[in-house]
Design a protein around this ligand. Sequence first.
Ligand code: ASP
Length: 406
Amino acid sequence: MNRLLVAIALAVVAAFAAAWFLEGDAARVGWLGELFLRALKMLIVPLVMFSMIAGITALGDVRRLGRLGGRTVGFYLLTSLIAVVVGTLLVNVVRPGDGVDASAAVTTDPVMDKGGLGVVDLILGFVSDNVVASMANLDLLPIIVFSLAFGAAVSTLGERGAPLVAFFDAGNAAMMRLVHWLMYLAPLGIFGLVAGRFGEAMAAGGRDAFVAELSAVGWYVFTVLAGLAIHAMVVTPLLLWGLTRRSPLAYARGMGKALLTAFGTASSSATLPLTLDGVTEDNGVDRRAAEFVLPLGATVNMDGTALYEAVAAIFIAQALGVDLTLGQQVLVVLTATLAAIGAAGIPEAGLVTMVIVLQAVGLPLEGVGLVLAVDWLLDRFRTAVNVWGDAVAAAVMERHGLAPPS
Ligand code: ASP
């Protein structure tokens, strides 16, 4: 399995090299990435349903679900909040928005038509009026809620539920086998995804235009990346070690394939098959914790996104010359956490839910135009941090969320 990790890492390096030297021509291999992405997405719905239902019925007692659920949500909120605070502190120290030319701010369609997104929409997002439509649209949150409720119901049926327990357990094993097979496509797929997207970015004006675009908001990019690094390499490893005594380095190695896939796809949902595999197979975390914690985490727990939302919103305020009061900054912290929960595990979802943060502190939505050009790139890093946060939560819940009552 480790050979696969090396192959994927080499694929990412080769993809960067291809994009750098071939510039726009590298985009021609994008279809390889698209193929891999489609295959991953094809697995998501059955995987989420089988793994969640199997995981929940394996808990044995529905009351254990309450305990696991409560602690998982608590841990998710805690880590997201820590991430936002790290981002907020950093952006206030670095002040990346000072001196940025704010005339670059333009109206952005994807954001503008979400102008009404609010807390109520977030809550409504948990339930859909048609679970089949949710499956067709890869709208995972309602599917998760349905699977959770269904699994809980099955586990109260006793003897009568036994055939269903066996069915979902076998289905889950078959899905994980498929994931294993698909992983052999990962080096090629991730090469295609990274070379394709970076090549596309170079297509317009070549390397120089790309570098110029990055350096226009260079300090902002630096602040987001530094914040993500602090959260992923200092805060969460300490939590992991402190709460589980697992070696963060060994754990990260086990998650390597998933983290690189997250970077390649910019989607926690599409990465979920590899996240599940890395947590249970490579790191040996108890399935019963992983199968509940990870699907939920892929859609609601986004430490990287939370951090980025706060940094981006405050950066926009700085660039527009708006001074945020302490109260407003606290509001940013709270709404950034909400916005991250509301963001789906798909590319650049965080950009759209940032509306919640901007509206809360009265910043113009057009400000998003300032961070738009580099968002696809930062998205990849924050998605990897999102996946890492979910993986850490699974290990913590194995230790602190399973067992009693009986
Ligand atoms: N792309 C991110 C994810 O899937 C969400 C976001 O921050 O846009 O985790």
